[in-house]
Design a protein around this ligand. Structure first.
Ligand code: UD1
Length: 335
C-alpha cells in the first residue's frame, strides 16, 4: 500500500489516478493548505475506486503516527510541500521548516513503521544554470532560491538516510515543467491567486481572467529569443511514479532520474501551439526578463527510459488541449 503525501495537489492527484488504475492501494495525507478536497473526490470518480484521505500535516508527528498505524504501507510518495519560488525568497524559514521538516518527520516515521521505499518529488531546479544541455542526472547542481535549496537539501537528507538504513530504496524524481491535465477535464492545476507558471497563466488569460500574458524576455540567445523549457504532460509524469515504485521493489539505495521529454519548447512556441490546438487567441506582450530565469533547460531522459522503462508519451498538443478542457470545465478551479 502506498502513502501519498500531498495527494490532493496537482501532480499528487494525477499520480493517485495512475496508481489506482494500476491496481495499487493508496491512502492520502494532505493539509489542504494549497489544495482542495474536491480533487480527492474527483480522483475517486475518475477511477471508480475509494481510498482513505486524512486531512493532516506531514510535519505533525501525531498525524503521521495515526495514518501509519492504520494502514500497512510499503511505500511513500512525498509530494507535500510549499512550491512558490518568489514566496520562498520572502519567507525562507517557512520553506525550510515545512519542506525539510516534513521530509525528516516522514523518514523517521518510515523507520518506525518499517517502510522501506521512498519516492521523492524533486525538480530540475536542483541543476545549476551553468550546465550545457541536455541536463543529465550528473549535471552540476546548485540553486538560486530557497525553494530550490529545499529540493536540493531534501535529496541529500534522503540519500544519507538510505545509506544508513539497510533495505531502504529511494528514488529522486527530478521533474521538468509539468503541464496539462487529466483527459477527463476533472482534475488539473489549480493555482491560488495569480499563476506564476506559464501554462496556467496562458489558460486563465484566454479564459478572460487576465488581459494579456507577459512574455518574460525575447532577447535570450535562443532561436526566437524566448526561454526554452521541457514541458511534460502531468499524466506522463504521474506514470513515472508507478515506474519508480516498480524499480524500488528490486533495487536498494538511492537513484535520481530526470522526468522530462527531452524536447525544448520556447515560450512563443507554447503560445502558438495553444492557439492552434484550441482555436483561440492568446493575447501577449513582450515584458522584461524575469529575474532567476535560465535561457534554456531540457532533460536528457535516457536514464529513466533505460532503467525505469518509462518515457513521456503525450504531445505538447495533447497537453494544450487537456489544459484548455480543464480550464473550460472548471473556470474557477475546484472552488
Ligand atoms: C518555475 C520555477 C522552478 C519550479 C517550477 C515549478 C522560477 C525561476 N522557476 O520554473 O523553480 O520548479 O516553476 O513548476 O520561478 N513565463 C512567461 N510569462 C509568465 C510565466 C512564465 O514568459 O507569465 C516564461 C518564463 O520566463 C519561463 C517559462 O515561461 O521561461 C516557464 O516558466 P514557469 O512555468 O514559471 O517555469 P520555470 O520558470 O521553468
Amino acid at each position: 500500500m502506498v502513502l501519498v503525501t500531498g495527494g490532493a495537489g496537482y501532480i499528487g492527484s494525477h499520480t493517485c489516478v495512475e496508481l489506482l488504475n494500476n491496481g495499487y492501494q493508496i491512502a492520502v495525507i494532505d493539509n489542504l493548505s494549497n489544495s482542495h478536497p474536491q480533487a480527492i473526490d474527483r480522483v475517486k470518480e475518475i477511477t471508480g475506486r475509494d481510498f482513505p484521505f486524512h486531512e493532516g500535516d506531514v510535519c505533525d508527528e501525531a498525524a503521521l503516527d495515526e495514518i501509519c498505524k492504520a494502514y500497512p504501507f510499503d511505500c511513500v510518495i512525498h509530494f507535500a510541500g510549499l512550491k512558490a519560488v518568489g514566496e520562498s525568497v520572502d519567507l525562507p524559514l517557512a520553506y525550510y521548516k515545512n519542506n525539510i521538516g516534513s521530509t525528516v518527520k516522514l523518514l523517521e516515521a518510515m523507520g518506525k513503521y518499517k517502510i522501506n521505499n521512498f519516492i521523492f518529488s524533486s525538480s530540475a531546479t536542483v541543476y545549476s544554470g551553468e550546465n550545457t544541455m541536455p541536463l543529465t542526472e550528473s549535471s552540476v547542481r546548485g540553486c538560486i532560491n530557497p525553494y530550490g535549496w529545499t529540493k536540493f537539501m531534501n535529496e541529500q537528507i534522503i540519500r544519507d538516510t538510505a545509506t544508513a538504513r539497510a533495505g531502504m530504496s529511494a528514488v529522486l524524481l527530478r521533474y521538468f515543467n509539468p503541464i496539462g491535465a487529466h483527459e477527463s477535464g476533472q482534475i488539473g492545476e489549480n493555482p491560488s491567486g495569480v499563476p506564476n507558471n506559464l501554462m496556467p497563466f496562458i489558460s486563465q488569460t484566454v479564459a478572460g481572467k487576465y488581459a494579456e500574458l507577459s512574455v518574460y524576455g525575447n532577447d535570450y540567445d535562443t532561436p526566437d529569443g524566448t526561454c526554452i523549457r521541457d514541458y511534460i504532460h502531468v499524466t506522463d509524469l504521474a506514470a513515472g511514479h508507478v515506474a519508480a515504485i516498480r524499480f524500488c521493489q528490486s533495487h536498494k539505495g538511492t537513484r535520481a532520474f530526470n522526468l522530462g521529454t527531452g524536447q525544448g519548447t520556447s515560450v512563443l512556441e507554447m503560445v502558438h501551439t495553444f492557439e492552434r490546438v484550441n482555436g483561440v487567441k492568446v493575447p501577449y506582450r513582450i515584458a522584461p526578463r524575469r529575474p532567476g530565469d535560465f535561457p534554456v533547460s531540457y532533460a536528457d531522459p535516457s536514464q529513466a527510459e533505460e532503467t525505469l522503462h518509462w518515457r513521456a508519451e503525450k504531445t505538447l498538443e495533447q497537453a494544450c488541449a487537456d489544459t484548455w478542457r480543464w480550464q473550460k470545465k472548471n473556470p474557477n478551479g475546484y472552488s
